[in-house]
Every structure is written in structure tokens, then in C-alpha cells.
Design a protein around this ligand. Sequence first.
Ligand SMILES: [Zn+2]
Length: 78
Amino acid sequence: MQRDMYSFMCPNCASTILNMLDYESLMVLRPDLGLFTIACPACSAKTSMLRPIPPTLRDDVHAAAAEVHAGMGRKLDA
Ligand SMILES: [Zn+2]
């Protein structure tokens, strides 16, 4: 499944598989790159990772970025 591509072991407790698609917050740096923060349900540690934004999330990211008028690398009219 596609979700498996975005799974990783919790670096804090190493006993739980976390998934990027379950991110708690996502800071979009570029349309294709984001800083994901995932909270571990087992140890509650928060892990932040810079990762390519999965194609399945890109529509959401673009919509969210448009709502907050994020730059997304585009030039704004000055
Ligand atoms: Zn953990």
C-alpha cells in the first residue's frame, strides 16, 4: 500500500510505527517539500521531519496554502 512508503519507526521509543500521512502539523516549505510533525501515540514524543510532500497530499496542501495566502514559492504582485 502507498501508506507504507511513508511509515517509519518512532525515533524516541522505537516501538511504534508512525505514518507521515497522520501528521499533526505540516509546514509547507515548497509545493513539494514540507516539515512534517508527527506525534507518537505510544510515547507522545513529537518528531519533525523534512520530507517530500506525498502526491496524495498535494491538493490539500495547495488548498491550505491558498487559504492562508502562503507564498508557496510564487511571486506576489508588489
Ligand atoms: Zn514513540
